[in-house]
Design a protein around this ligand. Structure first.
Ligand code: ADP
Length: 190
């Protein structure tokens, strides 16, 4: 199994790069943001709960997010591996993911972190708002909040995987192809 955590701040390019990795390695892509948005669209209870947090740039509570992620993993018994995009976003989520995956004897293989400077992130997110239809991309105050939450709560997750020797930082500035090549070079052989 190849279990990759694609890490980085909002707007770093995780979704874009996931598409290639899914195709090249035959992995299942699990984006917690996409799953929450599908639930909002479908009018589920989970969607209603998630929406209020997402629109303010805050994290959906850990217990709900962890339960959802675990049930998504369990749906794909035949998977060759997963790309986790947007998860884990807190140290508590990382600890829960480790317990869950280690219990299945399919541990996290690596964390690849896309590195992009804050000003560039803001520019990208505002540009994405033109086509994404995402209310959290269209509002500069919400973008700032997401970046602040990332720095305070999510960035420490890098140390969690660095301590396990699983962390690689990748320069997230360049063409899509250049960044894909950097990611590929950082993926352990399996
Ligand atoms: P981006 O990386 O551009 O911020 P995402 O689609 O990954 O976009 O996330 C959008 C929003 O969904 C987040 O701001 C947050 O409210 C919620 N969300 C996504 N993943 C998680 C998570 N692992 N834990 C808590 N909230 C999450």
């Amino acid at each position: 199994m190849l279990n990759i955590i694609l890490f980085g701040p909002p707007g770093a390019g995780k979704g874009t790069q996931s598409a290639y990795l899914v195709e090249h390695y035959g992995l299942v892509h699990l984006s917690t943001g996409d799953i929450f948005r599908a639930n909002i669209k479908g009018g589920t209870e989970l969607g209603q709960l998630a929406q209020s947090y997402m629109n303010q740039g805050q994290l959906v509570p850990d217990d709900v997010t962890i339960r959802m992620l675990e049930s998504e993993v369990a749906k794909h018994q035949e998977a060759k591996g997963f790309i986790f995009d947007g998860f884990p976003r807190t140290t508590a989520q990382a600890e829960a993911l480790d317990v869950f995956l280690n219990g299945r004897e399919t541990p996290v293989s690596c964390m690849l972190a896309l590195d992009v400077a804050e000003e560039e992130l803001k520019t990208r997110l505002l540009a994405r708002a033109e086509t994404s239809g995402r209310p959290d991309d269209a509002n500069p105050a919400v973008i700032q909040k997401r970046i602040d939450v990332y720095n305070a709560e999510t960035a420490p997750v890098a140390s969690h995987y660095a301590a396990q020797g699983k962390f690689t930082g990748v320069d997230g500035i360049g063409t899509i192809e250049e960044i894909t090549e950097r990611l590929q070079a950082a993926i352990p052989h399996h």
